[in-house]
Write a protein that binds this ligand. Structure first.
Ligand SMILES: [Zn+2]
Length: 405
């Protein structure tokens, strides 16, 4: 990859980012003073006496807290920008030799950088909705039965999309609650200028469009009949691209779907540019004020599966020493809600096990992670000050006789 040859070490990467962030003069991210700083071995220090803060080009960005080398980030972003249908965390694991957790961490942030600045759409605008997934839990892509397609939002996520018909037209898309006239009105008024010509299918949810817009209804099956050549082909073609991106993932948590939709819009709107251009846009977006760690609500990763989410939550709780609340299903009859203080995860008999101090049983217990149905961080600190470490715990139990939950 020529790009990696160019970004041969961290210093080259830093210099490149500095050129993007500070095209003219280095500015202090704390007090916004420009061109008044000392150079330090680690970066810069603000020369304003009231500020005097140390900073680097990464200060205040999503990359600031990452321990991964910039070169790894650059490679991941370039791979991301090169694959129109998206890449999975597994691909990143393979191609970059990083852990699954790092791959999730990176993909989550790269997707967050897929934000483009949009103007209102205008001219002839095609609109449509599509239905993604279902109950995301344990669902494989493509497993939605054909009969389940349609307008019912039951257990499916509805995505609204609008695309300008002209050749270089912009696409915008957003996850909405359902395909009701109310929900569609809100999103359409937000995205499309009033005097535009809006082309939709015959769904009743679009009935209100006139008199806000010039409304052209087309019949899905019969485009040629009396519609003067108007179609919704362009937006329908775009949906197949969104579905290709979705099917590349092993299922998406619904709350993360908007990020995938942002990725889809990013790729669609920059489809005529080279991967190199998309890569630079991603880098630039990392310096947008909106993309700092503070505004990216939490550092939860975009995760491809439920087990991954559970493992991540547990690992985070171990590090933060937070009490977790879980709903645990030991067998068909036995379902309990418990507060636990996790000390580690072990792999045993081809399954992940969480070892934790259980408030309910007042002792250490072994929970099969796949049987944890709901998991939540209580944000409360451990109540036990003398918990065993995982190693100490493992010494107390022989392999054959483990404690049951
Ligand atoms: Zn300053």
């Amino acid at each position: 990859m020529a790009l990696l040859y160019y970004f041969k070490d961290e210093n080259v990467c830093i210099k490149y980012l500095e050129d993007i962030r500070w095209p003219d003069q280095v500015g202090c991210p704390y007090c916004d003073v420009v061109g008044n700083h000392h150079i330090t071995p680690r970066g810069y220090r603000c020369a304003d006496v009231d500020c005097d803060m140390p900073f680097t080009v990464l200060t205040g960005t999503m990359l600031e807290e990452s321990k991964l080398p910039l070169r790894t980030w650059f490679t991941a972003m370039f791979l991301f920008a090169s694959h129109k249908n998206g890449i999975s965390s597994m691909q990143l694991v393979r191609d970059l030799g990083i852990s699954q957790k790092s791959a999730w961490y990176m993909l989550y942030r790269i997707r967050a950088a897929c934000v483009l600045t949009y103007r209102m759409l205008s001219g002839i605008v095609q609109v449509d909705e599509t239905y993604i997934g279902g109950k995301y839990k344990n669902r494989k892509p493509g497993s939605v039965p054909a009969k389940a397609q349609g307008r019912s939002p039951v257990q499916k996520a509805v995505v609204f999309g609008a695309v300008e018909q002209r050749k270089d037209g912009f696409l915008r898309a957003k996850v909405i609650v359902d395909a009701s006239a109310e929900a569609l009105q809100e999103v359409i008024l937000e995205m499309i200028s009033m005097n535009s010509k809006v082309v939709s299918d015959e769904w009743t949810g679009y009935k209100w469009l006139h008199p806000f817009y010039e409304h052209i209804k087309v019949n899905h099956k019969n485009y040629d009949m009396g519609n003067e050549g108007y179609t919704v082909n362009k937006i329908e073609g775009a949906w197949s691209h969104l579905k290709a991106i979705v099917s590349n993932l092993r299922g998406i948590d619904r709350k993360h779907l908007q990020r995938i939709v942002d990725q889809f819009c990013f790729m669609y709107n920059l489809r005529d540019y080279s991967p190199g251009v998309r890569f630079v846009v991603l880098l630039k977006n990392f310096f947008d004020k909106q993309l700092t760690m503070k505004t990216l609500k939490s550092d939860e990763p975009l995760i491809d599966n439920e087990l991954g989410i559970a493992l991540y939550e547990i690992e985070t709780a171990i590090v933060k020493q937070h009490v977790l609340e879980i709903e645990y299903k030991a067998d068909k009859k036995d379902k309990t809600i418990r507060a636990v203080e996790p000390i580690g995860i072990v792999v045993y008999k081809k399954a992940f096990h969480m070892i934790a101090w259980c408030h309910l049983r007042k002792g250490y217990r072994d929970f099969i992670v796949e049987n944890i149905k709901v998991i939540a961080d209580t944000e409360q600190a451990f109540t036990n000050s003398d918990l065993l470490t995982l190693k100490e715990y493992m010494r107390t139990v022989s392999k054959s006789r483990r404690l049951a939950a």
